[in-house]
Design a protein around this ligand. Structure first.
Ligand SMILES: O=C(O)CCC(=O)C(=O)O
Ligand SMILES: [Fe+2]
Length: 281
């Protein structure tokens, strides 16, 4: 039985996602799935040591749904398919809350990213994950690409919880001009925790979560994570989704629409880049 999300909560979450670039829906993942995912992800991580290149993210494992895996594609240790992924992406409670908060045209990428933070693992640098900065889609006041994430344990500052800088999906700050591109060689090679990518900031907030809470984030949002100071692994399962077919605004949108969005030609495709453009001011 799916508990409906009260209308006032749904509207509050929708507004938070638009204004701050993220929102939290507590207690979405059912315990049986959470337990199965803990066992499964522990087995995956116990099998495979972290490539030092991915030490800040903790890992780089992409697991696809079987329905999306091409018959002729050969899996390897970091790229494979597993039936459990459909159970994550198709969760009825997740689909119900996404519908309740007005996430229209939601399209899952049919793959999850497993992000471990091993015991005593390092922090994750400040970054944003958007890769379409050349497109006027980068200027939408609503999200067009979101992550749907679950942590396998309760998280807090001690074991490496998520941190965000609210509003940075739409508003430029110093980091937009300073940071090397997310998850590419230059940022992965940083060693100096005095670099702005690792510094604490007054505009940052912690996002401690309970295991099984759903956190939805706009791909443009500046975020990172604290180091894991405990002897227990902290695992995150993240699934990218497209939402609101660009340049179509949400049916509930009543705000202004930037000129670059109003005049966008949906037929044009843009070369992807992680570097923020003139579309964020
Ligand atoms: O580890 C986390 O909490 C966030 C991971 C993340 O943002 C990423 O890998 O892009
Ligand atoms: Fe990220």
């Amino acid at each position: 039985m799916i508990d409906p999300l009260p209308k006032t909560d749904a509207l509050r979450c929708r507004q938070q996602l638009v204004d701050d670039g993220y929102t939290i829906l507590p207690g979405i993942m059912p315990d049986d799935l959470l337990n199965d995912l803990r066992t499964w992800s522990d087995e995956v991580f116990d099998r495979l040591p972290v490539d030092p290149k991915f030490r800040y993210q903790g890992s780089d494992m992409h697991v696809a749904t079987e329905r999306s895996w091409p018959a002729d594609r050969v899996p390897d240790e970091r790229r494979f398919a597993d039936p459990i992924v459909e159970r994550i992406i198709d969760q009825p409670q997740q689909l119900a809350v996404c519908a309740a908060i007005g996430m229209e045209d939601l399209r899952a990428h049919d793959v999850v990213i497993l992000l471990s933070k091993p015991a005593f693992g390092p922090p994750l640098y400040w970054h944003q994950d958007y890769i379409n900065w050349n497109s006027p889609a980068a200027a939408t006041p609503w999200p067009t690409k979101i992550f749907l994430s679950y942590y396998m344990t309760d998280t807090n500052r001690d074991n490496g919880c998520l941190r965000v800088i609210p509003g940075t999906h739409r508003h430029r700050i110093d980091l937009h001009d300073i940071l090397p591109n997310a998850h590419e060689a230059e940022i992965q090679a940083l060693e100096d925790y005095g670099h702005p990518a690792f510094l604490d900031r007054d505009d940052a907030i912690d996002v401690p979560l309970r295991a099984g809470d759903l956190v939805i984030g706009d791909a443009r949002l500046m975020h990172g994570a604290w180091p894991n100071g405990t002897d227990q692994r902290r695992t995150l399962i993240l699934a990218w989704h497209d939402v609101f077919q660009f340049p179509q605004p949400p049916s509930w949108w009543t705000g202004e629409i930037p000129e670059a969005v109003r005049t966008a030609d949906p037929g044009i495709s843009y070369e992807s880049t992680r570097t923020p453009s003139q579309f964020i001011v």
